[in-house]
Design a protein around this ligand. Structure first.
Ligand SMILES: CC(C)(COP(=O)(O)OP(=O)(O)OC[C@H]1O[C@@H](n2cnc3c(N)ncnc32)[C@H](O)[C@@H]1OP(=O)(O)O)[C@@H](O)C(=O)NCCC(=O)NCCS
Length: 159
Protein backbone atom coordinates (compact mmCIF):
# COMPACT_ATOMS: atom_id res chain seq x y z
CA UNK A 1 0.00 0.00 0.00
CA UNK A 2 1.47 3.40 -0.94
CA UNK A 3 1.38 6.36 1.40
CA UNK A 4 -0.97 9.24 0.53
CA UNK A 5 2.00 11.32 -0.67
CA UNK A 6 3.82 8.74 -2.81
CA UNK A 7 3.16 8.91 -6.57
CA UNK A 8 1.15 6.03 -8.02
CA UNK A 9 2.88 2.99 -9.46
CA UNK A 10 1.83 1.61 -12.85
CA UNK A 11 2.49 -1.83 -14.29
CA UNK A 12 3.79 -1.42 -17.86
CA UNK A 13 5.30 -3.65 -20.52
CA UNK A 14 9.10 -3.31 -20.42
CA UNK A 15 10.68 -1.93 -23.56
CA UNK A 16 14.27 -2.42 -24.76
CA UNK A 17 14.94 1.23 -23.76
CA UNK A 18 14.30 0.24 -20.11
CA UNK A 19 17.22 -2.25 -20.13
CA UNK A 20 19.82 0.07 -18.56
CA UNK A 21 17.54 1.12 -15.69
CA UNK A 22 16.49 -2.49 -15.09
CA UNK A 23 20.15 -3.61 -15.11
CA UNK A 24 21.05 -0.89 -12.59
CA UNK A 25 18.24 -2.00 -10.26
CA UNK A 26 19.09 -5.69 -10.78
CA UNK A 27 22.72 -4.95 -9.77
CA UNK A 28 21.49 -3.38 -6.51
CA UNK A 29 19.38 -6.41 -5.65
CA UNK A 30 21.40 -9.46 -6.74
CA UNK A 31 25.00 -10.51 -6.04
CA UNK A 32 25.42 -11.58 -9.69
CA UNK A 33 24.39 -8.67 -11.89
CA UNK A 34 22.93 -9.16 -15.38
CA UNK A 35 24.25 -6.57 -17.82
CA UNK A 36 21.91 -4.36 -19.82
CA UNK A 37 22.67 -6.19 -23.09
CA UNK A 38 21.56 -9.49 -21.53
CA UNK A 39 18.41 -7.84 -20.17
CA UNK A 40 17.67 -6.20 -23.52
CA UNK A 41 18.06 -9.56 -25.29
CA UNK A 42 15.58 -11.11 -22.85
CA UNK A 43 13.06 -8.27 -23.32
CA UNK A 44 13.33 -8.57 -27.10
CA UNK A 45 13.00 -12.37 -27.10
CA UNK A 46 9.68 -13.31 -28.74
CA UNK A 47 8.80 -15.71 -25.92
CA UNK A 48 9.45 -13.15 -23.18
CA UNK A 49 7.01 -11.45 -20.86
CA UNK A 50 8.69 -8.46 -19.23
CA UNK A 51 6.94 -5.91 -17.02
CA UNK A 52 8.10 -2.90 -15.07
CA UNK A 53 6.55 -1.18 -12.08
CA UNK A 54 7.09 2.54 -12.63
CA UNK A 55 6.31 5.88 -11.10
CA UNK A 56 5.31 8.81 -13.33
CA UNK A 57 8.15 9.65 -15.71
CA UNK A 58 8.92 5.93 -16.10
CA UNK A 59 10.99 5.83 -12.91
CA UNK A 60 11.44 2.09 -12.57
CA UNK A 61 10.90 0.70 -9.06
CA UNK A 62 10.45 -2.97 -10.01
CA UNK A 63 10.74 -5.45 -12.83
CA UNK A 64 9.87 -9.02 -13.73
CA UNK A 65 10.98 -11.12 -16.70
CA UNK A 66 9.41 -14.46 -17.60
CA UNK A 67 9.57 -16.75 -20.60
CA UNK A 68 6.95 -19.01 -22.13
CA UNK A 69 7.62 -22.41 -23.67
CA UNK A 70 4.56 -24.29 -24.95
CA UNK A 71 2.02 -24.30 -22.10
CA UNK A 72 4.56 -23.53 -19.37
CA UNK A 73 5.99 -20.21 -18.22
CA UNK A 74 8.99 -19.51 -15.99
CA UNK A 75 9.85 -16.40 -13.99
CA UNK A 76 13.54 -15.70 -14.65
CA UNK A 77 13.97 -12.68 -12.39
CA UNK A 78 11.92 -10.28 -10.30
CA UNK A 79 13.01 -7.39 -8.10
CA UNK A 80 11.70 -4.31 -6.33
CA UNK A 81 13.80 -1.29 -5.30
CA UNK A 82 14.58 -1.47 -1.56
CA UNK A 83 12.71 1.79 -0.81
CA UNK A 84 9.58 0.44 -2.57
CA UNK A 85 9.54 -3.01 -0.97
CA UNK A 86 6.65 -4.20 1.25
CA UNK A 87 4.13 -2.02 -0.61
CA UNK A 88 2.64 -4.76 -2.77
CA UNK A 89 4.77 -4.07 -5.86
CA UNK A 90 6.30 -7.56 -6.00
CA UNK A 91 2.85 -9.12 -5.75
CA UNK A 92 1.55 -6.88 -8.56
CA UNK A 93 4.47 -7.88 -10.77
CA UNK A 94 4.01 -11.62 -10.15
CA UNK A 95 0.24 -11.44 -10.60
CA UNK A 96 0.68 -9.31 -13.75
CA UNK A 97 3.04 -11.82 -15.33
CA UNK A 98 0.73 -14.69 -14.30
CA UNK A 99 -2.21 -13.00 -16.07
CA UNK A 100 -0.13 -12.31 -19.19
CA UNK A 101 1.16 -15.90 -19.24
CA UNK A 102 -2.38 -17.28 -18.89
CA UNK A 103 -3.48 -15.13 -21.83
CA UNK A 104 -0.65 -16.68 -23.84
CA UNK A 105 -2.15 -20.12 -23.03
CA UNK A 106 0.39 -21.09 -20.36
CA UNK A 107 -1.17 -23.47 -17.82
CA UNK A 108 1.58 -23.45 -15.18
CA UNK A 109 4.07 -20.89 -13.90
CA UNK A 110 7.45 -22.05 -12.50
CA UNK A 111 10.43 -20.45 -10.78
CA UNK A 112 13.52 -21.24 -8.74
CA UNK A 113 14.26 -19.47 -5.45
CA UNK A 114 17.16 -19.75 -3.00
CA UNK A 115 16.06 -21.55 0.17
CA UNK A 116 17.59 -18.74 2.26
CA UNK A 117 15.72 -15.94 0.45
CA UNK A 118 12.94 -15.50 3.02
CA UNK A 119 11.32 -12.35 1.49
CA UNK A 120 11.06 -13.96 -1.95
CA UNK A 121 9.73 -17.24 -0.51
CA UNK A 122 7.11 -15.30 1.45
CA UNK A 123 6.10 -13.38 -1.69
CA UNK A 124 5.72 -16.58 -3.72
CA UNK A 125 3.71 -18.28 -0.97
CA UNK A 126 1.45 -15.20 -0.86
CA UNK A 127 1.09 -15.48 -4.66
CA UNK A 128 -0.04 -19.13 -4.51
CA UNK A 129 3.15 -21.02 -5.39
CA UNK A 130 3.94 -24.44 -3.91
CA UNK A 131 7.23 -26.31 -3.73
CA UNK A 132 7.65 -29.09 -6.31
CA UNK A 133 11.34 -29.91 -5.99
CA UNK A 134 14.81 -28.95 -4.80
CA UNK A 135 18.30 -28.67 -6.25
CA UNK A 136 20.80 -29.18 -3.46
CA UNK A 137 23.63 -26.61 -3.11
CA UNK A 138 22.62 -25.06 -6.44
CA UNK A 139 23.53 -21.44 -5.65
CA UNK A 140 26.94 -20.08 -4.60
CA UNK A 141 26.45 -17.20 -2.19
CA UNK A 142 28.80 -14.22 -1.75
CA UNK A 143 31.62 -15.62 0.41
CA UNK A 144 31.38 -19.05 -1.18
CA UNK A 145 28.68 -20.77 0.92
CA UNK A 146 26.10 -22.82 -0.98
CA UNK A 147 22.31 -22.67 -0.85
CA UNK A 148 19.63 -24.99 -2.20
CA UNK A 149 17.33 -23.96 -5.03
CA UNK A 150 13.66 -24.61 -4.36
CA UNK A 151 11.54 -25.22 -7.45
CA UNK A 152 8.08 -23.71 -7.10
CA UNK A 153 5.02 -23.83 -9.34
CA UNK A 154 1.51 -22.47 -9.50
CA UNK A 155 -1.37 -23.32 -11.79
CA UNK A 156 -2.70 -20.58 -14.06
CA UNK A 157 -6.38 -20.08 -14.68
CA UNK A 158 -7.26 -20.15 -18.36
CA UNK A 159 -7.71 -16.52 -19.52
C1 LIG B 1 11.22 -10.50 -3.09
C2 LIG B 1 10.78 -9.10 -3.47
C3 LIG B 1 10.64 -8.99 -5.00
C4 LIG B 1 9.42 -8.79 -2.80
O1 LIG B 1 8.94 -7.54 -3.32
P1 LIG B 1 7.93 -6.63 -2.45
O2 LIG B 1 7.44 -5.56 -3.35
O3 LIG B 1 8.59 -6.19 -1.20
O4 LIG B 1 6.78 -7.67 -2.11
P2 LIG B 1 5.27 -7.30 -1.68
O5 LIG B 1 5.26 -6.02 -0.93
O6 LIG B 1 4.41 -7.38 -2.89
O7 LIG B 1 4.94 -8.49 -0.69
C5 LIG B 1 3.83 -9.36 -0.90
C6 LIG B 1 3.81 -10.34 0.24
O8 LIG B 1 5.03 -11.12 0.22
C7 LIG B 1 5.48 -11.35 1.59
N1 LIG B 1 6.77 -10.64 1.81
C8 LIG B 1 7.42 -9.85 0.90
N2 LIG B 1 8.59 -9.42 1.44
C9 LIG B 1 8.65 -9.93 2.69
C10 LIG B 1 9.61 -9.83 3.74
N3 LIG B 1 10.74 -9.11 3.62
N4 LIG B 1 9.37 -10.51 4.88
C11 LIG B 1 8.24 -11.24 5.03
N5 LIG B 1 7.27 -11.36 4.08
C12 LIG B 1 7.49 -10.72 2.92
C13 LIG B 1 4.37 -10.79 2.47
O9 LIG B 1 3.41 -11.81 2.66
C14 LIG B 1 3.82 -9.69 1.61
O10 LIG B 1 2.50 -9.33 1.92
P3 LIG B 1 2.25 -8.25 3.11
O11 LIG B 1 3.20 -7.09 2.89
O12 LIG B 1 0.81 -7.87 2.93
O13 LIG B 1 2.55 -8.96 4.39
C15 LIG B 1 11.81 -8.03 -2.94
O14 LIG B 1 12.06 -8.30 -1.57
C16 LIG B 1 13.13 -8.04 -3.69
O15 LIG B 1 13.27 -7.37 -4.72
N6 LIG B 1 14.14 -8.78 -3.16
C17 LIG B 1 15.47 -8.80 -3.79
C18 LIG B 1 15.46 -9.54 -5.11
C19 LIG B 1 14.97 -10.97 -4.97
O16 LIG B 1 15.34 -11.70 -4.04
N7 LIG B 1 14.14 -11.40 -5.94
C20 LIG B 1 13.57 -12.74 -5.97
C21 LIG B 1 14.53 -13.69 -6.56
S1 LIG B 1 13.86 -15.34 -6.62
Amino acid sequence: MSSPTSPPISLLWASPEDSKAIAALHAKLFPTAWDSDAIQALIEHPASLALIAARPGREIVGFIIAQIAADEAEILTVGVAPESQRHGVGRQLVDGVARAAARSDARRLFLDVAAGNAPARALYTACGFAEIGQRKAYYTLPGGARDDALQLARDLKPA
